[in-house]
Design a protein around this ligand. Sequence first.
Ligand code: ATP
Length: 210
Amino acid sequence: MLAMFGGTFDPIHNAHLTVAREAHKALGGELRMVPAQVPPHRDQPVASPEQRLAMLKLAVADHPGLGVDEREIQRSGPSYSFDTLCELRREVGAASPLVLVLGADAFAHFDSWFRWRDIFKVAHVLVLTRPRAPSRGSWTNDLEGYVRPRIVARATMLRQRAAGMIASLGVTPMLVSASDIRAKLAAGESVESLLPKPVLAYIEQHKLYR
Ligand code: ATP
């Protein structure tokens, strides 16, 4: 079982780590955080790819089972999860379960992702609950119709096949977001409780998000 948790991680924060640990606990195997170099679906990150990668490495250092995968940072052009999942599929072989993990806010727009239907041919999807994320009622008919026959009741059921299913996982509700943290840092407010200590030290050392 290999899981990929993609994002901009600008910067990685405690909610990312908490929900990643909870997803990893539910799935088993290995969970890799995959920072996007050029995120196709959103504004450009503030910190450089190298800085976001360095903060991720500091953050996961003492979390067994969590890792960092640098391939999207090394690749040029937009970071499509589909491309990354195809590479990971080749790495794990045809029979091993592969899971794309993402928050419910990101999943609400999943049908705008590059080759989103094909993602289910190479991987499962695990959607993590997130406070204030759009509810299922906001999904387009296209997304709802494609997803409905693929839903399974529990994350553990994703271990039974290599790809093609989707589950939701209720994780600790945390309101913290990277944009909030950037705004607080820009305003000179304390973010000590929202980030791992080594990440905060890195931000201060490199004068990021001022
Ligand atoms: P921003 O505020 O800049 O949008 P973010 O905090 O959402 O950033 P991202 O790097 O965009 O961070 O998120 C990476 C992944 O983590 C996404 O799939 C997102 O849905 C998920 N995620 C982030 N924060 C939470 C949270 N509090 N609960 C559940 N999932 C989360």
